[in-house]
Structures are given as structure tokens and as C-alpha cells.
Design a protein around this ligand. Sequence first.
Ligand SMILES: NC(=O)c1ccc[n+]([C@@H]2O[C@H](COP(=O)([O-])OP(=O)(O)OC[C@H]3O[C@@H](n4cnc5c(N)ncnc54)[C@H](O)[C@@H]3O)[C@@H](O)[C@H]2O)c1
Length: 478
Amino acid sequence: MNTVVCVSVVCHVASTHHQHTTNSRRQTTTATAHFPHSASTAHHRHAPSTEPREADSTMSSANLDRIHPSRITVLLMEKISQDAVKTFEAEGYTVKQAVKYGEDDLIEAMKGVHIIGVRSKTKLTSRVLEAADKLVAVGCFCIGTDQTDLKLAATKGIPVFNAPYANTRSVSELVIANIITLARQASDRNKEMHAGEWNKRSVGCYEVRGKTLGVVGYGHVGSQLSVLAEAMGMRVIFYDIEPKLCLGNASQVPTMEELLEVSDFVSLHVPADESTKNLMNAERIAQMKAGSYLINYARGSVVDIEAAAAALRSGHLAGAAFDVFPSEPAGHTKDWAVCLQGCPNTILTPHIGGSTEEAQASIGREVASKLIAYINHGSTLSAVNVPEVNVTRKLQPGQSRVLSFHINTPGVLRDINRILSIANISSQQLETSERIGYLVVDLEADHIEQVKSELEALDSNVRCRILFRGKGYVGPEP
Ligand SMILES: NC(=O)c1ccc[n+]([C@@H]2O[C@H](COP(=O)([O-])OP(=O)(O)OC[C@H]3O[C@@H](n4cnc5c(N)ncnc54)[C@H](O)[C@@H]3O)[C@@H](O)[C@H]2O)c1
């Protein structure tokens, strides 16, 4: 947001055609055409706006948008990709970096920080979040978000963003590598060679061309894998609980049993939830074709690994690849044990499916762009803990944008709209979750400070921010 304080026209709310106010799950009313916001373009920018913002002496999070971008402070922990650093710096934000802090040091380091970026090891506990005096948003530069107290962050009006799909390609590529390695028993030959054994053989070794790959879970990874596997001449079938668009020549089968009975390779790409716990149990493994291969790059809870180990030792399965396990160590260790160790033609990897330089860079850009879209425009699209409002509307010269997180109680919109009714509303977007509502309102008003202070005085108020754009403002598009 390139910003100057605005002055604008005041009209009574009744005079606008554009406002609809119901306490519905979704409410979107806009007066102008949509435009692409900076989430997708942030990293292409090279210089922050030269347009001065009105400096604010208090720099509280609520009036973050009245300060110069260079005074927006980002703390990035745990060697987050330099792509993230560059994306924030292109926006003009000030980036600090640190590798590791204990809880007390983190609390100290977060003073004055508006955005914190973490990976899996920095725990954003209730103590840390309660003590963060200026925190506006959290970026989890990874897939998981369990390092952050999401509920508390939501009740403080702090959106949390992550990048759940940025490593999809990396996972799919490694699964392809595993399919070929299993088919050729190359992992066992490699072990033998390291032990000094030369065991040239072709018995039980196959090409993958013409073989059937059964994908369980045709989401981001499963569908990407399907495309790559077909490029190698494999036939792809998949099972998913949702009807899915089949890519290439892949086809969806109606039951998992059907998939298990005909697949040479079964590759699992479902989420970890109650429906997928031990999805591949002894009974399902027995339904797999004799001499087929099982691959789990999803989550450890999805396979009964004792049953899988038994099927590998008996020869029912010709091989397997596991990247995820029911119990995984928190960090590097040299004495890890699992029942699959020593099973024939079994590839074990330490949850590295998504671990590539490209995936880290992609995560860095994606999460940084989401944070910038929130800071600059109020967009919470793909936030994991607060209602998602996809703000794409360009704030017009002379308008201001009110961003209101509030407790979702009956009557709250009546109170908010009473306050907003002094202004001419151009657009309103509302999303609610069970507890929290998030309302984005563009209004033409020179009573904006009054609106803000009255909103903040409501019992239901969680957090209120205002984005300013001065009348006569001429600067880069948002
Ligand atoms: N090994 C790694 O490093 C790594 C990296 C990324 C993702 N993953 C894991 O891979 C899995 C897939 O990730 P994604 O990004 O493709 O997820 P996704 O949400 O895009 O796709 C999951 C698919 O599974 C389907 N599904 C859900 N329950 C099902 C069930 N009971 N039976 C059949 N289908 C079901 C869904 O409809 C969806 O199409 C997840 O468990 C994820 O955590 C692992």
C-alpha cells in the first residue's frame, strides 16, 4: 500500500446502492471491476513506493498502514529462503533474520515486530503471542502450522499463513524415482555394492512402461504424479472420495478395492485424518496384487506398518517405499528404529519428499506474498485460522478501507453498520467462522478516525485496522 492519509466525501449509507448487510456466511458487494492484487506480483517489484506515508509516532499495529514501509519490521527465523527476504525487501519492509531463539529470547526479539516468519522449530506459544506488542500477522514458511497457537492468534486478530502445496512437484518427482528404483530393485543392489557384493541379475526386475499405477488421493500431489507417470508410459487409475477431473488418460475408479486388485504400484496421497487412519491395514494390503509395490509419501498414520512389514517379508509385496512414519523424531538422530528396517526391496527416507531448494524458494515467495497481500490490502485468502476474505478490489483515491476482526455474536453487524452508516460505502466483504468474523469495508469518509475509534469501542471488537489512500493519490497500482 502506497499511502497518504485521505480526506473524502461523506454520504449517508442509505445513499449507496452497493451495500448489503446480512449476517451471512459470505457477503461480497463491490462497486468496481476486480484487479490482481500484489500477492501474485509482489516479488516482481524492485522498489518500494517513493510515496511517503504519514509517519505515526506510536506505530501500533492498528495503524500500521499509516507508516512508511521501511518501518514495517519482519523477523524471519530458521534460515527461511532468501526468496522471502527479497520479496519483503522489494516491498520496502525491513527484514531481520535469526536462526534460533529460546522462548524468552524470542519474546524479547519480537518487540516491535509486525510480521514473524517461522518454520517448524520456532514455537509461537501463547506466552510469545501474548507478549508480541506489534504483531499483525504470522507466516509459517512450511506446510504444518502446529508450531503456532492458532486459536489464540485468531482471537487476537492475527492471521496465520502457510504454503501447503508449494512442494507438490518435489514430492511427485521423488515418488517417480522410487517407482523405478523399486521396479529394478536398485536400492538393494546399492546396499549390496556398498557391502562389497556384485549381484548382477534381472529376475524380478521390470520396466515401468505399461504398468498400472494406482493413486489413492488425487489432490495436488496425486494428480501431479499421475501426469509424470503417464509420461513414462504407465497406465494411471486413481481412487478419491471426491469426483475429480482426470488428467491425461488417467481414470477414476469407484472403489479402493478395485484399485488395489489391479495396480502394480499403489501410491498413497491422502491427508491424515480419521478416515485415512490405517487406511492400508492388513486386509487392504492382502487385497493388493501379489508382487505389487506400496508407496507412502502421505502421512505415517495412513499405513499399518507392521502389516506392511509382514507382507514384505512374506513376499506378497515385492517392495515398498516409505517417507513418512507413525512416529518421527523431532530432529537429526542416529538411533532411530522402525519395523520396516531390513525388509527386502524397501526404501526408507526421512520425510524428505518435499525437501528441495526449489520447494523452499517457492514456499518463501508464496508465504511472503500472502503476508504482503494482507498487510497492504487486507486479504486473508488462504489464512489457516481466520475467515478468508479475498480482497481484490482496488482502493480508489479518496477512499479508506476498514478491516475489522470481531467476535461473531448475534447483532454484531447491526452495531458495526450503525457506526459505518455515517459514510458512503463502496464495497463490503464479510466472512465468518464459528467465533470470528472478518469484515472489509471500502468507504468514502472523512470520519474515518471516528469510525475506527467507535469500532474499537465495541465489546465485539477483536482488532481494527485502516488502510488509507489519499484523494488525488497517484502511485503504482496495488
Ligand atoms: N512426504 C512429504 O514430504 C509430503 C509433502 C507434501 C505433502 N505430503 C502429504 O501428502 C498428502 C497429500 O498431499 P496433497 O497436497 O496432495 O493433499 P490434497 O489435499 O491436495 O489432496 C488430498 C486428496 O485426498 C483425497 N482424500 C481425502 N480423504 C480420502 C480418502 N479417505 N480416500 C481417498 N481419497 C481421499 C482428497 O479428496 C484429495 O483429493 C498429505 O497427507 C500431505 O500431508 C507429504
